[in-house]
Design a protein. Structure first.
Length: 131
């Protein structure tokens, strides 16, 4: 019973995922059709964990990379790479999630391919130490 109680306390300490609405945007130009169906984060002690989805249906004139707003918890700026995943709709290419500055993250393919392209589907998570 003690072990179960400890597990309940640990789960309570983590807290629920919080919703946030980041602005996803291309580095240049404007997207025509975009779906950002979810974005969540949780702060556990000094670590922020996040998860998000971005689907670019029609890239329009958007190109040269993807930027997004971080959750409302400022990062320790000593980090650059804060996550990695694979694009799931077209190529399966691996991409990196990185800090651009104290309020903005970015997505970048390992091979420097353009992340702001038609029909890319990004499901990703990230983590960083809070400032």
């Amino acid at each position: 019973i003690k072990a179960l109680e400890d597990m309940r306390l640990e789960r309570t300490a983590v807290g629920a995922l919080q919703c946030y609405t980041p602005n996803f945007r291309p580095a240049t130009g404007t997207w025509t059709t975009v779906n950002t169906s979810y974005s969540r984060y949780a702060k556990v002690n000094s670590i922020v964990f996040g998860v998000a989805r971005l689907y670019i249906g029609n890239a329009g004139t958007g190109s040269n990379g993807v930027f997004f707003d971080l959750p409302p918890v400022a990062p320790d700026t000593g980090y650059f790479a804060i996550g990695n995943r694979r694009e799931t709709a077209l190529t399966g290419w691996k991409f990196h999630v990185y800090l651009l500055n104290s309020t903005t993250g970015g997505l970048r393919f390992y091979n420097n391919g353009d992340t702001a392209t038609n029909a890319w589907d990004f499901h990703f998570n990230f983590w960083y130490r809070a400032a």
